[in-house]
Design a protein around this ligand. Structure first.
Ligand code: IMP
Length: 431
C-alpha cells in the first residue's frame, strides 16, 4: 500500500501530465482532487497527443482506475465531450472512470458569470479560463451549490436550479432572459444524466476501500501551488487548493495515510493569466523561452508569460506541500541560454525578503535578486544518464536543489516518457 501526491510547485503547467503518466502504470488508482476543466494535462502516448482537462491522466494506463474526487468541480458537458474524445482514440473509459457524488457541478450560468466578472473587472481581471470554475466554487462555499447526487435527482435538482436562477437573474440579463438561461442549463440534461449515472460513486468510501485493499493510489493535482486560493498570489489564483493538503479535503483520504509528495517544477517559470510574477522576462529572451518551450496554454491557447527560475516561490511551495522529492521538467529548453539566472531573494523598497510575501502589494512590487550561473550548450535531449549532462547543466540542477530544499528524483528532457533521466534516489515510485 502506498499513496503519492504529484503536485505543481509553481503557477501550473509544470508538466504534471507527463510525470503522472510516467508513474501511473504502477498505480491501481489515479485520483483528481481539485480544479475542473480549467486544467490542461498534455500527454504523449502511443505516438498520439492527448490533452486531458478533467479526467485524470491515469486513464491512459489501461490497468488503472480513475476517480474524480469530491473536491473537483465537474462540468457534465465537458466531461461528456472528454469521454467521447478518448473513446474515439480507442481509450477504454467505461468501467474505469468514477465520479464522486459529492463533487459540485458547473452549469451554463457559472460559465456566464465567470465571463461577466472578467469582462467587468477592467484592470483587476484575473485572466481566468472562463470555464465557470470560480463561480461554481463560490456557490459551493456559499451553500448554493449543486452536487452530482443532486443533479441526478430531478426532484432535488429542479428547485435548486430555480433558486439559483432567481438569485443570479439580475446578473445574467446580458446573456438573455431567465427562460433562455434555464433552457441552456436543461438542453442536454436528460442525456447528460444518463451519461453520468453509471460513473457516479461514493468517492471517500471508494478511496477508503482501496486503502483497505492495500492498493497504490496516485493523487494528481491540477494547476500549481502559486495558484492555490490560500497559498498562492491571491486574488490572482484559482478557486481551489492544489496543494498536497487539498488531497484529504478533495478525496476523503485520511491525513495520516499520505505517504509521498512529489513536486513537479519547470527549469524556468511560466504563468498564464494576470497577477504577480517577479521573475517575468518581458524581452526577447522571454519570447525565446516561449517559442522553444512551446509555452501556450493547453486549455485556452493563450501565450504563457515566461521568466527565470524563482527559488523563493518554489522553496515556499516545497515547504507547504512537504515535498520529499521533485521532478524537474524542460531542462532542455534552457540549452544555449547564457548566463542562467535564479531568483534567490526579493527586494521590496529597501527590504530584502527571503520568503515569498503574502501581502499583495509586496508581491506586486517584489524585484528579484538574482544569482548567475554559466549556461550549457549542445543538445541534451535523448540523454539517459545524469552523468551525460554537461557540467554546467549539472551545476544548475544541484544549485536548484540546494536553494529549494528537496532532491530531484527525475529530470524530464522532452515530452515522451523515454526522454527522462531517472536519478539515483530513494524515491519509492520508480518510473
Ligand atoms: P480559473 O481557474 O479559470 O478561475 O483561472 C484562475 C487563474 O488560474 C488564471 O490565472 C488562470 O490562467 C489560471 N489557471 C487555471 N487553470 C490553469 C492551469 O491548468 N494551468 C495554468 N494556469 C491555470
Amino acid at each position: 500500500m502506498s499513496t503519492l501526491v504529484v503536485v505543481g510547485v509553481q503557477w501550473g503547467d509544470e508538466g504534471k501530465g507527463k510525470i503522472v503518466h510516467l508513474l501511473g502504470h504502477q498505480a491501481d488508482w489515479v485520483v483528481r482532487y481539485q480544479g475542473g476543466n480549467n486544467a490542461g494535462h498534455t500527454v504523449i502516448f502511443d505516438n498520439k497527443h492527448f490533452v486531458l482537462h478533467l479526467i485524470p491522466s491515469g486513464i491512459l494506463q489501461p490497468g488503472t482506475q480513475c476517480l474524480i474526487g469530491n473536491g473537483v468541480v465537474v462540468d457534465p458537458e465537458a466531461l461528456h465531450e472528454e469521454v467521447r474524445f478518448l473513446e474515439k482514440r480507442n481509450v477504454h473509459v467505461r468501467g474505469r472512470l468514477h465520479v464522486s457524488d459529492a463533487a459540485h457541478v458547473i452549469l451554463a450560468y457559472h460559465r456566464y458569470l465567470d465571463c461577466l466578472r472578467e469582462d467587468r473587472a477592467g484592470g483587476g481581471k484575473i485572466g481566468t479560463t472562463r470555464r465557470g470554475i470560480g463561480p461554481a466554487y463560490s456557490d459551493k462555499v456559499g451553500r448554493n451549490g449543486i452536487r452530482i447526487a443532486d443533479y441526478l435527482n430531478p426532484s432535488v435538482f429542479r428547485p435548486l436550479l430555480e433558486r439559483n436562477l432567481r438569485e443570479k437573474a439580475p446578473l445574467l440579463k446580458r446573456f438573455g432572459s431567465l427562460s433562455k438561461i434555464r433552457r441552456d442549463v436543461l438542453k442536454s440534461y436528460p442525456a447528460l444524466k444518463r451519461f453520468l449515472q453509471p460513473l457516479v460513486t461514493d468517492g471517500p468510501h471508494l478511496v477508503y476501500r482501496a486503502m483497505e485493499k492495500r492498493k497504490k493510489i496516485l493523487f494528481e493535482s491540477a494547476q500549481g501551488t502559486m495558484l492555490d486560493v490560500d497559498f498562492g498570489t491571491y486574488p490572482y489564483v484559482t478557486s481551489s487548493n492544489p496543494v498536497a493538503g487539498g488531497v484529504c479535503i478533495g478525496s476523503g483520504l485520511a491525513p495520516n495515510r499520505l505517504d509521498e509528495v512529489l513536486g513537479v517544477v519547470k527549469a524556468y517559470t511560466t504563468r498564464v493569466g494576470e497577477g504577480p510574477f517577479p521573475t517575468e522576462l518581458k524581452d526577447s529572451l522571454g519570447e525565446a523561452l516561449r517559442r522553444r518551450g512551446m509555452e501556450y496554454g493547453a486549455t485556452t491557447g493563450r501565450p504563457r508569460r515566461c521568466g527565470w527560475f524563482d527559488a523563493v516561490a518554489v522553496r515556499s511551495a516545497v515547504r507547504i506541500n512537504g515535498c520529499q522529492w521533485l521532478a524537474l521538467t524542460k531542462l532542455d529548453v534552457l540549452e544555449g541560454t547564457h548566463p542562467l539566472r535564479i531568483a534567490v531573494a526579493y527586494r521590496v523598497g529597501n527590504k530584502r525578503l527571503k520568503e515569498f510575501p503574502n501581502d499583495r502589494q509586496m508581491q506586486a512590487e517584489a524585484e528579484p535578486v538574482y544569482e548567475e550561473m554559466p549556461g550549457f550548450h549542445g543538445s541534451i535531449r535523448g540523454m539517459k544518464r545524469y552523468a551525460q549532462l554537461p557540467a554546467n547543466a549539472r551545476a544548475y540542477v544541484r544549485r536548484l536543489e540546494q536553494l529549494v530544499g528537496a532532491p530531484f528524483a527525475m529530470i524530464s528532457l522532452g515530452r515522451s516518457r523515454e526522454e527522462t533521466i531517472i536519478l539515483d534516489s530513494k524515491f519509492p515510485w520508480k518510473p
